[in-house]
Design a protein. Sequence first.
Length: 319
Amino acid sequence: MGYQIIKKRCYFILTIILFLLFGAVSGTLAADNVRFSVSASPSSLPVFYMQDNADSINLDVSIHRSRNIAISRLIQGEVEAALLSTNEAAKLYNREIDVQILGIHNWGLFYLLSTKKEIKSWNDLRGKKIYVPDKGGPLDIVFQELAAKKSINFKTELKIKRGKMREVAQLMINNMAETAVVREPFVSQILLNNKNSRIVFDLQQEWEKEYNFRIAQAALVVRKDFAENNKELIKELEAQYKNSVEKLENNKNLAAELGQKYFEIQPEVTLKAYPSLNLEYQNIAEVKNEVISYLEILKSYSKETIGGRLPDEEFYFSY
């Protein structure tokens, strides 16, 4: 009887030891795993290129259909990284969610389109009906700021109409709206489906005429605890992401293939949109001042756009 008890105890102890050993091994393997949340947009395609081609990092990429899903995943610890608009990242941080910006990957994708041939300059917009989606968001604020720089009173000299981005794009496609401020890839969808439409202003170019900093539109965001505990992995993640952005920038046919594979976007849309996405990955140490300047502009219009205040130094990842 005593022998059987000792035998069972030895078996139990051996089981625990094996569990701990295999757990340690699997933990080591899992250290190179990064769960990533991205939107269903062409600007997310470099992440999928990474997923398909990265050697030293195992990416598990999931698509979020709304930013709230991405935010929830970060809060719940379901992902380690996400591509988010810079102001949304600031909002998260100001809600005391421990996230950090690794770098900026998107430098604006806002354009003013029109089917009216007579609209060629900012002055030509006076008195015109203009659809501007996403009230209070970055696109709206960027357009308002540029109009103000051109001495145009946004409230009294422009006939502003609102709507959701997808709805406004459909109105333009169906000739039910003549002029609108939209973002890619909706810009390319409009241009491909309404031959009378054209880009009047690249708002990024207009912005750089007025300011010495760019529109730091979207960022690579990580959970702070993950970044602090995996700095070598983060360094490799940044390097591979930067390489992926450059690879697709130089091979738009490959970008179109990935767009069709992962998002079911027609190749012609991706081919047309990709050059206008302004994708270039830069580490936050290189562009921190540009990010702060951009967030200051957003805050001057609406504190809520960035979550009430400018984030402090802990918002910006450093090695």
